[in-house]
Structures are given as C-alpha cells and as structure tokens.
Design a binder for this molecule. Structure first.
Ligand code: GLV
Length: 331
C-alpha cells in the first residue's frame, strides 16, 4: 500500500521532518519559500495532509482545488488562517498546536509588557544614539510593574499563565475579562478577579490581550476603548493583528492617551502601520512570542503527531473541528 503524501508548507525543525519521513512521502519546503496561495494549491495536488503555519490561508477555494487533501495541521495555537466552517463542510480535518507554547508565549507577553512599561527599547535607542550625557532623576522613567494592576483580556491558557506570573512573581492585582468566567479554583490559582470589559479597561495599569481572533473580535480595542484606559497605562497585544485598531492606537500613543504599548502582532502583518514605526513609546516585535527553538520544535512535533494519528486512521490529538463526514473515510 502506498504511503500517504504530505506537504510541509514552511521550513521546520529538521528532526520533525525526519519523523514525518518515517510515516509519509514528504514534500518539504526547507528552503522556506513563502508560496503564494496559487502555488500552495499547485503543490497540494495529490497531497493527503499539509503541515501549515499561521500564514497559509485554508479556505473553500483552496479545498475545492485540492480534493485529495484530508487534514491541515497548523503549527500554531491560533487558527484564524483556517476557514473552519469551509473545512468542516468539505470534510477536512483541522488541528492546531495548543499547550506546548503556553509558558514560552506567556514569558514573552510578560517581557513585552515590561519592556513597554519600563521603556527598555526606547532607552537602548537613546543610548546607542549617543544621547546619554548625564544623570537625571527622571531619565526615561517608566511605569511601575510590581504591585500594579495587571489586566488580561482573554483568559485562556496563555492568559492564565501571564496572570500567574503577575500575581505570584510580581505581587500584581490581576483582573480579567473573558467570554466565560473561570472556575473558582482557577481564579484562586491565578489570583484573578473577573470584571466587565469596561472595568478592565479603566482599572488596568497594564492591559495584555490574549484572545483569539474571530471576525467578532475585530477592533475589540479601538479609539473608544483606549480612551477609557488610564493615561499612565500600557497596552500589550500578543494575540492577533486586527484585534487592535492599529491606526487608532498610533494616534492615542502620539497624543499620550495611554503611556506606551507593546505589539507582537499587527493588522496586515508583516506590514506595520507607518505611524507606529515613527513612535518611541511602542515596542515592536515581529510575531515571535512562541519563538524559542524548543517550543518551535514542540509545535512542529505536535502538528506531526496530528498528521500521523489522523492519516493513520486514529483521532487527531488536538482537533479544531468535528467532522460529520470526512474525506478520509470517503477515500
Ligand atoms: C502564534 O501566533 C500562534 O498562534 O501559535
């Protein structure tokens, strides 16, 4: 019996390619070329499973053009690159890569929040530009982190991991808002208090966004929401571009409506709103919150485990949809 064929859409840890080669006929992209949607569809002809990153859009047109495709395994926890309804309708399994990146991503979210609060990158630019001439009592003075109020919008696994860092490591009061409230046990573990979105905005000294992107979450934070934050507050987005209205944020940062921001994700990335690039009170990073080699390996390995399970006739490990009928059973 011939082995299933899979495509790996971007370069991943070579060890994981080797694992996949033990199970499948593998076409990989270790040269790491960013294929256009048309090129991706061409390369998916005759392919049973694809390992995607968050950058390949999987939608109805692509699925119709690739009738053999049975599973798309995302090596990202977020899967807004998948049209899940179209995948389910087409009988195509989707999987994501949760859990393995939780702590690494929370570390980064916390670091980005601290960098914005304590003006780390602005300070480095100041020093490198030769502007450091003297001591001054208020030189690059930032906002207090320890003992302040940490606000978290989106209290999934990563939000909870950030809450624990704030509450247990930095003595912060943690407030959160989420679609559903955590159990009393989890709230106690995170030392987090559930509040309305409005109370979250108005009480947080440091607001961190960790909610998934859905069309309803588009511009969850716009001009009005930013205006109801404290003028001394910081805003950190490690969730997805589009959750924040970047143009409104740039305006608010320029006008000092809030003090600073830390952004790892952007509307239309890798493009970044030019007004953000011109500001010194925002720390900008290129969507790297999960980027440690160990975590990137674990994410790729989990995507591989999903491909191996599903194409081997088992249940996927971390499914994002439930199929009434699947291309796999039809095959
Ligand atoms: C990264 O953004 C992810 O969703 O894993």
């Amino acid at each position: 019996m011939s082995r299933p064929k899979i495509l790996i859409a971007r370069a991943i840890s070579p060890e994981v390619v080797t694992v996949l080669e033990q199970h499948f006929e593998v076409q990989s992209n270790q040269d790491d070329v960013a294929w256009s949607p048309t090129e991706l569809a061409e390369r998916l002809q005759g392919i049973d499973g694809v390992l995607t990153t968050g950058s390949q859009r999987i939608d109805a047109d692509l699925l119709a053009a690739c009738p053999q495709l049975q599973i798309c395994a995302n090596m990202a926890v977020g899967y807004n690159n998948f049209d899940v309804a179209a995948m389910t309708a087409a009988g195509v399994q989707g999987t994501n890569a949760p859990d393995v990146l939780t702590e690494t991503t929370a570390d980064f979210g916390f670091a980005l929040m601290m960098a914005a609060a304590r003006r780390i990158t602005e300070s480095e630019h100041f020093l490198r530009a030769g502007q450091w001439k003297d001591w001054r009592y208020d030189l690059l003075a930032g906002a207090e982190v320890h003992g302040s109020t940490l606000g978290i919008l989106g209290m999934g696994r990563i939000g909870q991991a950030i809450a624990r860092r704030g509450a247990h490591g930095f003595g912060m009061q943690v407030v959160y808002h989420n679609r559903s409230r955590l159990s009393p046990e989890l709230e106690a573990d995170c030392k987090a208090r559930y509040v309305s979105k409005q109370e979250l905005l108005s009480t947080a000294d440091h607001l961190v966004l960790v909610l998934p992107y859905t069309p309803e979450a588009h511009h969850t934070i716009g001009a009005a929401e930013i205006a109801s934050m404290k003028p001394t507050a910081t805003l950190t987005n490690i969730a997805r571009g589009g959750i924040v209205d970047d143009a409104a944020l740039a305006k608010a940062l320029a006008n000092k409506t809030i003090a600073a921001a830390g952004l790892d994700v952007f509307e239309g990335e890798p493009a970044v709103h030019p007004d953000l690039l011109a500001l010194s009170n925002v720390v900008l990073t290129p969507h790297i919150a999960s980027a440690t080699m160990g975590t990137r390996w674990a994410m790729a390995q989990l995507a591989a485990d999903n491909l191996i399970a599903y194409l081997g006739g088992q249940e996927p490990v971390t499914p994002v949809n439930h199929l009434e009928h699947s291309r796999r059973s039809a095959a």
